[in-house]
Design a binder for this molecule. Structure first.
Ligand code: URA
Length: 287
């Protein structure tokens, strides 16, 4: 058995990463250009590793998909087609090709950013009307994609990453990722409303799943914390509107166990390694 593979960061990248200490909060007063970080990470292993693991490490496919690619004869190692799922490769030496195209023993560095989205920003990669987007607030050196959407006037926790597998799974309803919102309504929310929100609300696209709901202490009963596991369009606003409450403010305060702690509005931070591992485990991605 070979020693476990590891991802080795290049030196220049390490220095840059040092500047961006894990968890360090960045002001977004100006657009930060991290092009110097755009190095790639080389996969190094002390010995042979399973071909499916190699493919997963360089970001070509999950291990399960890699097994399917191998079984269907689409992989070759040093020019020889392989179909044996037990095939091992030496990451630094063997030439691995998919459909005849040589794969690089590198993958683009993965970046994970937690943004505290302000009002009046659009969750999209580009806006044809030239309005401010969430990408204007985070490092521009990597191509990042928002994980799901927050409405233009919703504030709070939004993840951005170039880890497509993770983003896809976090957004997929089958993983039921939990999101908590702090909702401020214009009119007081009654005990009956809370019960209805808890059980589920009939919307035009069907009944919502049960939610966890709590009134936030205060005289006016216009502040509610609600945790849902779905991600339908305008879901929280529609749930409250169905009960006759206009939403004045909507702030996402928790996403998949991550909170806004220490990150002020319009600021962002990189996720720590432990947070990334926990997120990937949460959606059953090996790491
Ligand atoms: N629900 C909404 O209505 N809006 C959001 O931005 C997020 C959840």
């Amino acid at each position: 058995m070979g020693a476990p593979a590891r991802v080795v960061e290049q030196r220049t990248e390490k220095r840059e990463a040092g500047r961006r200490e894990e968890g360090q909060v960045k002001s977004t007063g100006g657009r930060v250009d991290l092009r110097a970080d755009k190095s790639r990470t080389a996969i190094e292993a002390d010995g042979p590793i399973r071909l499916n693991k190699f493919l997963a490490l360089i970001g070509v496919a999950s291990r399960r998909t890699a097994d399917e690619l191998i079984s269907s004869g689409r992989l070759s190692v040093n020019g020889e087609t392989v179909r044996d799922l037990g095939t091992k490769v030496n990451a630094g030496r063997d030439r691995v090709a998919l459909d005849g195209r040589l794969l690089s023993n590198e993958r683009e560095k993965r970046t994970y950013v937690l943004l505290n989205k302000p009002k009046d920003t659009i969750t999209t990669s580009s806006d044809e009307k030239g309005r401010k987007t969430v990408l204007d607030l985070v490092p521009s050196g990597e191509r990042l994609y928002p994980v799901g959407r927050l409405d233009r006037h919703t504030t709070g926790l939004l993840l951005l990453t170039n880890d497509g597998d993770l983003a896809h799974r976090l957004m997929h309803p089958s993983f039921g990722v939990e999101k908590t919102y702090l909702v401020t309504t214009k009119t007081p929310v009654s005990k009956l409303d809370l019960d209805k929100l808890t059980r589920g609300i009939e919307l035009d696209d069907g009944m919502t799943a049960p939610a966890t709901v709590a009134l936030v202490a205060g005289a006016r009963s216009t502040s509610v914390e609600i945790t849902i596991h779905e991600g339908r369009h305008h879901q929280v606003r529609r749930m409250f509107e169905a009960l006759g409450h206009d939403v004045e403010k909507l702030d996402r305060i928790v996403y998949a166990g991550l909170t806004l702690s220490g990150v002020r509005r319009s600021e962002y931070r990189s996720l720590t390694r432990d947070e990334v591992v926990a997120l990937r485990r949460r959606v059953k991605l090996d790491r």
